[in-house]
Structure formats: structure tokens, C-alpha cells
Design a protein around this ligand. Structure first.
Ligand code: SF4
Length: 650
């Protein structure tokens, strides 16, 4: 049925536009107003958050279920659409088994919706469930999980204010997490915290930094290993922490002898004086914290970079105390929750291994079905297997058709499926390949919990109904579960689902009904205050394994800026390529010139912005503009930049 009354109430909820998780409410004039919360203690919202309600009445919302008929997507009723999904998925399963299905989860959906999605996959018999946001921080999250215990921020956001030294790596929180930046980082710096910004591009965060470090792209890991080597050489280590809380230190220390500081300096492009100064600052600070963003993933040596940063924290005893540790600067509002709920091919809810018999039994006691123990396909593997091993897919709130891979390959893979089901709020490129489209709700039209970037679990409240025939993802997934599994599949509402997920997820077990606390239990102390969540309670050191490949002389390493985090907000894209003045001069390029940027067969024509925002040897483009170049490259793209013929700007 249609929802006739869509007036918006002043219900208090949580901003659905990024992982900071500010509290908000509707106000006069259709705008959101902030209200005080742990992530926005001053009650402020950023410009983007203030527009959070605009999507409620956006003209292009999906409002009707659609099924493909004679090549076109045509409107239908819910019963027909759900029956079509049910019979298509049953046909795929009967012919090929449950592993012929894949489920792509939803970092913008609630915990209860993500919980239901992975429950649907696993109850049907497959672990082919993943979510794209898992890939946004995969190296840092994996390093944290493998070495400390959980793929999550170690400390609360407010702890950043007690750091003596904060390293922001591969991120621009002044723009990407603006309220957290203004509430915690800016006041900390004003109060004496030293801010070191490690990023290939000077940006808004750099403006308040004490030091800006710009290792050549691809050499971040080596740079941090060099700093670790200097910390050891100068005796800036916490021997009792290393002894009591870590392992493999001696083997790691021996591996440092392979590092030649002078050669490393030449490779990273960071001069010796800067490296010494940074090691000195880290070594003499009592509390050192790291905040890492998606730039770590784009650094070309992401795993080694994350490992080196964790080595640095272990070496100096900077874990388990306020003002220390690692903050994962996540982007989408429920990235953390989607992985916590088990939308991963290799873990159950609560990051419990599939091979953990006790965990599988605990889940089976609640579900009545034991999940399979063999890991499934991650999203990339599943996409590659479309049309061969995987024949049906359910994509919730994602758009794999425009992910950073060969566009033609991905779209032909989508077309190779027997059935593609898309749940979404707005039309997308992926929807053009769908057989069935199910219209869903935004965060302000539903209830359920979301988990922000410092592990705080908060309830959303319903401010209005979804438009037309659109339903919440929870209602849609519950209906699909009823059709495919049986009437007892889904708890009756998100509140009951929160009860159920707490019964199977040990990290959420102690959260109260009202949530508003941080997992695993709310206290203000950081994770790992007494020991790491590893099998022996110790965190290992990891040696540098990366091999650095540098571009040829006439090429520049392309640094790609991230897309805006909010899907409902229009944003202005700076189309210009940023070049260092030295690189521009040798190419005869001046500020404002039209230039051709090329890699392989792909070219982009754009305008040069010449200055000192990027270091020599690198160039910066926004992701939307860099797309064709990134798609045709494997690994970190290197590009040539040349003056476009007869187009000199005058
Ligand atoms: Fe919303 Fe993020 Fe802005 Fe806070 S910082 S108002 S959560 S977009």
C-alpha cells in the first residue's frame, strides 16, 4: 500500500550521512538541527548533515517494485515482485546449490537489516555474503583484527583530545568527518596536541597541522618502518610494554637491519631531518594516537602501511590508554555495524570465525539452522564468478556497476547472472542490469541501530514514512526470508531483531535495550587496556614485506581523492588536476592550461592547477574525474601529463 501521509515529525534520530553519528532532529524549513550527542557534544551538524532530510522528498526516489518484462523494468505490486525473487532464487538453488547465490550487504542499512541479510544467506546455506565498505578499510581493519583482536577503532573519539601527538594518515577529517574534527581534533590542537598530517596532498586538515609529511605514493610503509627503525636506534621504546604485551619483537628488530635509512630517504622522498624530527616527536610524547583513512588503502602498499603504524604504536606502548591507539576514520554511517553483524564471507556476527564450533552452535541454537563452516566468496570473487559459479545475487544499497574496476567487465558480469535483485532508494547504474528492483527506505524513515566509527551503537527513530510503495529494508528482507525460509525466519520488528542479534553476537551481548553505548561494554576505557583479544593476549610485531616500485621519470603517480560520503547530497567536484610547480615547469604547463592525462589507453582532458598542494612526482585528481584512468590501471596508477595542443589558456 501507498503511504499517504509523509509529513516529517521532529523525532530525534541520528544523521545517516556519515560514520561520525551525530544526533539530529527535524526543524522548521525542512532542515535538520543538531542536538547534543557523544559525537557532536556541541550539538552542531556539518553542512551535509543539515541537509539530511532532503532525501525524504527527493523527486527521483524509487517508489514502486519493478520487474523486468520484455527487456524493460515495469512497475508491479509487492506480492508479484517477492514471488518472482523467491521462485528465481529457488530455481538457482535447485539447479546449482546455495553457493550459486551471492548477497551484497549494506553499510548504509541498520544493524538489524545487515543481521537479517547474512542470516538469510547462511540459513539458505551459503557464506557468499559481503559488503563493499569492508573493502574501504580492508588493510587497516585486517591488521587491527589479526594483530589486536577486532577490526575497529581502539579508542573513543573524545580520547583524541588527550593525545600529546596525533598522526592523521591518508585522510582529510576536516572535510570527511567534519563534526568530529571540530569537536575533538581542532580543540586538541588548540590545547597543545601536536598534529602530524601524512597525506600526499595538502588539504583542509593540513591547515592546522604542525607538520605535513608527503611520502612518495607507494612508500608510506617504508616511511613508517624507517621511523620505527629510528625509534629503536634512539632508544624510544617502551621495554616493559614490549615484554609484557607483545611478541616477535626480536625477530622484527633483526629485520630492521635490512633497512638502509639513506636509501629509504631517497625512495620515500622524505628527507632525513624530517624523519629524525618525527621520530623524536613520537618518541618523546607520552600519548600517541593514529587516525587512519581510506588513503592508507590507496597507498599501494596498504597492508604494510597499516602493519608499520601498528608496530609504531606497540613499540612505544601506545595502546590501551586514553589518547593512544588507532581510530579507523570510517565513512558510511554503518560501515562498522555491517561488518560487526557478519556481512563478511568468513565470520559470523561478532567477528567469530566460521570454524569456531561453539560459535556456530550458539548461532544454530537461535536460528534452528547451523551456518555452513566453509568461507564464501567476497564481493570481488563473487563478481568474478557471476555466470559461472554464481547465478543469482541480491544487492542491498550498493552500486557495484561503478566500482573501481573495468566497467565493461563488471556490467557484463552483472548481465551474466540469471537473476539480479536490487534493493535501493534511488535509481543506480546497477539497477539497469537488474531483473527485480525493490524500493527501500532511507535512515530517517526507519528504526534500528547503527554503529558509528568509535563503536557507539545508537537507535534511529522514524521521522516519516517511505514514499509510495517503498518499504524499509527490514520489512523487505523479512518478507523475502518468509518466502524463502519460512514464517519464523525474521523477528517481528527491529527491536526483537536487536534482542536476537545480541544473543548471537558476543560483542553486542551486554548492550542495553536502549543501546547508546559502545561495544563490547560501555566504559570510557579503550580496548586492550589489559590485554589484546588474541589467543594468547599478545600482539605480534610484523616485518616490512613490501617491495617498492617507483614510476619512470616521465610519469607521475596519480593520487585519487575520495568521493563524497553522503549519497543524498549533491557536491561540487573540482575537476582540475593538481600538479607540483616543478613537474609543471619541466612539462611547459602553467596554471589554468588544458592538459591531457593518460595511462594505457585511457585519457582525460582537464585543467591544470599548479602549486605546492602535491609533492613533485605526483598528481591529484578527484575520483569522479580519475575514474577512467583508475579503471584501466592495475594497482596505483601512474600517468603522463602533457599540454593539450592549441589550447593554452589566455
Ligand atoms: Fe552527519 Fe557526519 Fe556531518 Fe555528523 S559529521 S552531521 S554524522 S554528515
Amino acid at each position: 500500500t501507498d503511504h499517504p501521509d509523509r509529513s516529517v515529525t521532529a523525532t530525534e534520530s541520528v544523521c545517516p550521512l556519515c560514520a561520525v553519528g551525530c544526533r539530529l532532529a527535524h526543524s522548521e524549513g525542512g532542515r535538520a538541527k543538531g542536538r547534543e550527542g557523544p559525537a557532536n557534544p556541541n550539538g552542531r551538524l556539518c553542512q551535509k548533515g543539515a541537509t539530511a532530510f532532503e532525501a525524504v522528498h527527493a523527486d527521483d526516489r524509487l517508489t514502486t517494485p519493478l520487474v523486468r518484462h520484455n527487456g524493460d523494468l515495469v512497475p508491479t505490486d509487492w506480492s508479484t515482485a517477492l514471488d518472482r525473487v523467491g521462485s528465481d532464487f529457488e530455481t538457482v538453488c535447485d539447479a546449482n546449490g546455495p553457493d550459486a547465490l551471492a548477497f551484497f550487504g549494506a553499510p548504509r542499512c541498520t544493524n538489524e537489516e545487515n543481521y537479517l541479510l547474512q542470516k538469510l544467506a547462511r540459513t539458505l546455506g551459503t557464506n557468499n555474503v559481503d559488503n563493499r565498505a569492508r573493502l574501504c578499510h580492508t588493510s587497516a581493519a585486517t591488521a587491527l583484527e589479526n594483530r589486536f583482536g577486532w577490526p575497529a577503532s581502539t579508542n573513543r573519539l573524545a580520547d583524541l583530545t588527550s593525545a600529546d601527538l596525533l598522526l592523521v594518515v591518508g585522510a582529510n577529517p576536516a572535510i570527511q568527518q567534519p563534526v568530529a574534527f571540530d569537536a575533538f581534533i581542532r580543540p586538541a590542537v588548540a590545547d597543545g596536541t601536536t598534529l602530524i598530517h601524512v597525506d600526499p596532498r595538502r588539504n583542509e586538515t593540513t591547515r592546522i597541522a604542525d607538520q605535513h609529511i608527503t611520502p612518495r605514493p607507494g612508500t608510506d610503509a617504508l616511511c613508517f618502518h624507517l621511523i620505527c627503525a629510528l625509534l629503536v636506534e634512539h632508544g624510544y621504546i617502551d621495554a616493559s610494554f614490549i615484554n609484557d604485551r607483545t611478541k616477535d619483537y626480536e625477530a622484527w628488530k633483526a629485520s630492521l637491519s635490512d633497512i638502509d635509512i639513506d636509501a629509504g630517504k631517497r625512495t620515500t622522498g622524505v628527507d632525513t631531518e624530517t624523519l629524525f624530527e618525527l621520530a623524536d616527536r613520537i618518541g618523546t610524547a607520552d600519548r600517541v594516537a593514529v587516525a587512519g583513512g581510506t588513503g592508507i588503502e590507496d597507498s599501494g602498499d596498504a597492508s604494510s602501511t597499516a602493519d608499520a603504524l601498528l608496530n609504531m604504536l606497540l613499540l612505544t606502548g601506545n595502546v590501551g590508554r586514553p589518547g593512544t591507539g588507532f581510530t579507523l576514520l570510517r565513512g558510511l554511517n554503518n560501515e562498522q555495524g555491517a561488518v560487526d553483524m557478519g556481512c563478511r564471507p568468513d565470520t559470523l556476527p561478532g567477528h567469530q570465525s566460521l570454524t569456531n564450533d561453539a560459535a556456530r552452535r550458539r548461532v544454530a541454537d537461535v536460528w534452528g539452522v547451523e551456518p555452513p563452516s566453509t568461507p564464501g566468496h567476497n564481493e570481488h570473487e563473487a563478481l568474478d564468478a557471476f555466470g559461472t559459479a554464481v547465478h543469482g545475487a541480491l544487492v542491498v544499497g550498493e552500486n557495484p556497476a561503478i566500482e573501481k574496476r573495468d566497467a565493461d567487465l563488471v556490467t557484463s558480469q552483472l548481465d551474466a547472472l540469471e537473476t539480479l535483485v536490487v534493493l535501493d532508494v534511488f535509481p543506480s547504474e546497477t539497477m539497469e542490469h537488474a531483473d527485480i528492483v525493490l524500493p527501500a527506505a532511507i535512515g530517517l524513515e526507519k528504526t534500528g541501530t547503527v554503529t558509528n566509527l568509535d563503536r557507539r551503537v545508537q537507535w534511529l527513530s522514524v521521522a516519516t514514512s517511505p514514499p509510495g510503495m517503498a518499504r524499509t529494508d527490514y520489512a523487505i528482507l523479512a518478507a523475502l526470508g518468509k518466502r524463502l525460509v519460512g514464517s519464523g525466519f525474521a523477528p517481528p520488528d527491529p527491536e526483537a531483531a536487536f534482542d536476537e542479534l545480541r544473543a548471537v553476537n558476543p560483542l553486542y551481548e551486554k548492550l542495553p535495550d536502549t543501546a547508546d553505548e559502545r561495544w563490547p561494554v560501555d566504559n570510557d576505557s579503550p580496548l586492550y587496556a589489559d590485554g589484546f583479544a588474541t589467543h594468547d593476549g599478545k600482539a605480534p610485531f610484523m616485518p616490512l614485506t613490501q617491495v617498492v616500485a617507483l614510476p619512470t621519470d616521465d610519469e607521475l603517480v596519480l593520487v585519487v581523492g575520495s568521493r563524497a560520503g553522503g549519497f543524498e547530497v549533491e557536491h561540487t567536484v573540482d575537476n582540475r588536476i593538481r600538479l607540483n610547480v616543478d613537474d609543471a615547469t619541466v612539462r611547459g604547463i602553467e596554471d589554468g592550461d588544458r592538459v591531457v592525462v593518460a595511462t594505457g589507453d585511457s585519457t582525460v582532458m582537464t585543467t591544470a592547477a599548479v602549486g605546492d598542494a602535491v609533492r613533485e612526482g605526483t598528481a591529484y585528481l578527484h575520483a569522479d574525474v580519475a575514474d577512467p584512468l583508475v579503471r584501466s590501471a592495475t594497482g596505483t596508477p601512474t600517468v603522463t601529463v602533457a599540454l593539450a595542443k592549441n589550447t593554452r589558456h589566455s
